[in-house]
Design a protein around this ligand. Structure first.
Ligand SMILES: *Cc1c(COP(=O)(O)O)cnc(C)c1O
Length: 451
């Protein structure tokens, strides 16, 4: 890939904007519902308001709430609206972060630091999470020196509670469950985890990054949503992404704790810095005010009624898609997902080949392993594309069955190679090298040389 030179002179505004449009031609077509992750767009009305709010706060910085009093107010109000939705009382306190990963990083750091203070005999802290918990827990454990133990899931893909309990040791500091989990969209047995946490005097984090701003509305619409939030006495923290089903701009998520004393363990302070008394609530320094303002604006604009309406639409699209998928004998759904998040697998064909066949038809498809399946998150942008997708899916199934050799290279080869290497450390190193090559040189993402 050619290296860009630092521009000697500025280009014209028009030319810069034209180039951006040109570059964007290469992106997934999320505006027409061709992507099934990454983008959550509730349509023109909500988006334009969130954008306007963002622009009003374009240059503002949440790092200093003494200077930006209004941002402090927007943050506090956004957090208390979320706490209210999650059955929190007056004591619930939290932070807005840059996203779900940072919210999870902060919860893990909080529990590590709380244990250092309150359980100093623990020198090697551990946590138990279901294998289906988001990779951000793994990242957080890696960053903060917490040992993560993975509990298996049952055949409905929900955490196996007996297995979780067996993994608890005297070094365990917290448990986690997801509502819903990312890979298959099902909700872990949070009530049972809450009981377990109370019985073993452990903290419990509920990852509602996906579900926080959709499950309460699905429940109100009569969906099968069990209690998952502060309603359960053992739940001590919740992460919920505003930039997913709350439809805010990218870069904003909430992490909420049962009380402010617990939240203090999240904060970082450094009083001896020549740069001044330093206090930072979360991992980043500068915190973009625009994302915070957009989250506040989206909640205010939509309210319970607006979210119910949008959720109803997502559930309608999901039902159409699931009915269509269930009618394809080669495919099966994993578990019984209650929201717009689901995955399907196949005993009749290689789903990695199916993913490539769908990609050839213009869809961006997310592939998963253990077990192999394809992953979908339905948003308001998918209203009206259900039949087009199902037509392509049926055609792709037939094509892969008839001519599997057409798809032997791409994803099938990549995942096949990965499956041949049992050592996860070797695979992880290969993923890093392949990604690095892709980021600097472009071309195909490949595991060349792995086997
Ligand atoms: C998206 C997601 C995360 C991570 O959030 P980011 O905003 O991508 O950092 C964590 N948990 C779940 C369940 C998610 O869906």
């Amino acid at each position: 890939m050619g290296r860009s030179k630092f521009p000697q002179e500025g280009a014209a505004r028009k030319e810069i904007l034209r180039q951006l449009d040109e570059y964007q031609q290469a992106d997934g077509d999320w505006k027409h519902g061709k992507t099934w992750s990454l983008v959550y767009d509730a349509g023109e009305e909500v988006t334009s308001l969130a954008q306007e709010a963002y622009l009003k706060y374009f240059h503002t910085n949440g790092l200093n709430p003494f200077v930006f009093q209004s941002l402090k107010r927007l943050e506090t109000e956004t957090l208390s609206m979320a706490a209210d939705l999650f059955h929190g009382d007056e004591a619930v306190a939290g932070s807005l972060t840059s996203g779900g990963s940072e919210s999870i990083l902060m919860a893990v750091k909080t529990y590590r630091d709380e244990a250092r203070a309150r359980k100093p005999h623990i020198t090697q802290p551990e946590a138990v999470v279901p294998v289906t918990a988001h990779a951000a827990f793994e990242k957080a454990a890696h960053y903060f020196g917490v040992k993560l133990l993975h509990a298996p899931v049952d055949d409905t893909f929900r955490a196996d509670i007996a297995a979780v309990e067996r993994l608890i040791t005297p070094n365990t500091i917290f448990l986690a469950g997801s509502a819903p989990q990312y890979p298959h969209g099902v909700i872990d047995p949070i009530a049972a985890l809450s009981d377990l946490a109370l019985r073993h005097n452990l903290r419990l984090h509920v990852d509602a990054c996906l579900g926080g701003f959709t499950l309460p509305f699905i429940k109100e619409l009569g969906g099968a949503v069990p209690a998952f939030d502060f309603e359960l006495p053992g739940v001590s923290s919740i992460s919920a992404d505003l930039h997913k089903y709350a439809f805010a701009a990218k870069g904003v998520s909430a992490v909420l704790y049962r009380d402010a004393a617990l939240r203090e363990h999240q904060y970082f302070a450094y009083g001896d810095w020549p740069g001044g008394l330093f206090i930072s609530p979360s991992a980043t320094g500068t915190r973009p005010g625009g994302a915070i303002a957009s989250a506040w604006a989206a909640l205010k604009f939509l309210g319970r009624k607006g979210y119910l309406e949008l959720t109803r639409g997502v559930l309608d699209s999901t039902k159409k898609l699931l009915d269509g998928i269930r009618a394809i004998p080669e495919l099966f759904l994993l578990g019984e997902p209650p929201a717009g998040i689901f995955a399907f697998g196949s005993h009749a064909l290689n789903v990695h080949a199916l993913a490539d066949a769908l990609e050839h038809r213009g869809w961006a498809i997310d592939q998963q392993v253990n077990p192999a399946c394809l992953h979908f998150m339905v948003t308001p942008a998918h209203a009206g594309v259900e039949e087009a997708f199902l037509d392509h899916l049926r055609a792709a199934v037939e094509q892969v069955k008839a001519q599997p050799e057409l798809f032997a290279q791409g994803s099938v080869a990549l995942y096949g190679m990965k499956a041949q290497v049992p050592d996860p450390l070797i695979v992880n190193q290969f993923i890093k090298s392949a990604y690095s090559r892709f980021m600097t040189e472009g071309g195909q993402f490949s595991f060349e040389g792995l086997v």
